[in-house]
Design a protein around this ligand. Structure first.
Ligand code: DAH
Length: 342
């Protein structure tokens, strides 16, 4: 028996020294196999000879073998860590391996784009296609074709950003209606998102550049009922099936009759009680003025249509509780990141 214990202690000294002088991870692995290997390892070989001993001597040798194994295992682990750290890998002293990693910033949608995409999904489901027009427009498309004479206050240089050469930055997306009617025959069902520009003072509720979303439907037999049904359906899909919609008479030069559309959201609070918001104005709308259809080459005796225009930025402010429109323009990542992965 004493010879097996001696063998073990000689083996321990030899193995620890080998671990200590190992200088690569491969080296350490072959030492591990050589001593701790289950089948051909040298400790296993000693344990196999335990059968030669008297039964009462066996436990002591078994316990000693386990101790040597554990000691060797620890030495292998600490030497592995030391070699890995030297390589500049994980685990060097002073590094906190439990810190979360730094994910690369993958970019995300701006909240206004997010809202446009949400609104677009709904209108797409209602049969609309997407249209676009230039941001630098002619006075004719931006005003004249839309029944707005150039001496109308909206066309005033005080309100509109004029470019050299007779163009201007469009003050609304309604000129896209004109371009679509000029280039397409009915039936027309389009949605046109885009930036518009006004000489507005930059404050909590105004910006000189902001997004609009324009809708236009032209076909035979389109009536105010289609306008109301389409916009009510849109509001219910966006804000929920209990949402109520109200049309207030209004005026726009290019629609007759015209309306301002308000929504009231009905929802349940945390206690399950029914709550409702105030009426919120979300868009202008109306039946396309027959004079506009004719200006754009569409026979107003045969066709009728409706149009609407809304501000997705404003809708986002309502939906996400954003108190100041300038948050959209500040490029504050703490604000923008909240929408990046929606
Ligand atoms: N163009 C209008 C504006 O910028 C919004 C608008 C109102 C668009 C009524 C429409 C409409 O298409 O029918 O204030």
């Amino acid at each position: 028996m004493s010879s097996l214990l001696d063998d073990l202690s000689a083996l321990e000294a030899e193995a620890l020294e080998a671990v200590d002088s190992a200088d690569t991870l491969d080296n350490l692995e072959s030492i591990r196999v050589q001593y701790l290997g289950r089948k051909d390892g040298r400790i296993s070989a000693i344990l196999r000879r335990v059968g030669e001993l008297e039964p009462e001597e066996r436990p002591q040798v078994g316990a000693e073998a386990n101790r040597v194994k554990g000691r060797l295992q620890e030495a292998l682990e600490s030497q592995t860590a030391a070699l890995t750290a030297e390589k500049g890998g994980q685990g060097s002293p002073g590094e906190d391996l439990t810190l979360p990693g730094r994910a690369p910033w993958a970019g995300g949608r701006h909240p206004v784009t997010l809202v446009i995409d949400e609104l677009w999904e709904i209108f797409r489901g209602l049969g609309f296609t997407r249209a676009r027009g230039p941001e630098a427009e002619t006075e004719w498309h931006n005003f004249v074709a839309l029944n707005t004479p150039l001496d109308h206050p909206a066309a005033d240089e005080q309100d509109t950003l004029y470019l050299k050469g007779g163009h201007l930055l469009r003050s609304h997306t309604s000129p896209v209606q004109v371009r679509v009617m000029q280039s397409h025959r009915p039936p027309i069902r389009v949605l046109a998102p885009g930036m518009v520009y006004r000489r507005d003072t930059y404050d909590a509720t105004h910006a000189p550049a902001f997004a609009q979303l324009e809708g236009l439907v032209v076909d035979e037999g389109i009536t105010f009922v289609d306008l109301k049904a389409t916009l009510a359906e849109f509001a219910r899909r966006y804000w929920g099936p209990e949402t109520r919609v109200r049309f207030r008479p209004s005026f726009f030069p290019f629609t007759e009759p015209s309306a301002e559309v308000d929504v009231k959201r009905v929802y349940r609070d945390a206690e399950g009680r029914e709550q409702e918001t105030d009426w919120l104005e979300i868009m202008g709308a109306g039946m396309v003025d027959p004079a506009v259809l004719d200006q754009c080459g569409i026979d107003s005796e045969r066709y009728t249509g409706f149009a609407f225009g809304m501000g997705p930025g404003r809708i986002g402010m309502l939906k996400y509780g954003i108190p100041d429109i300038r948050a959209y323009f500040d490029n504050d990542m703490r604000f923008l990141r909240q929408f990046a992965h929606r």
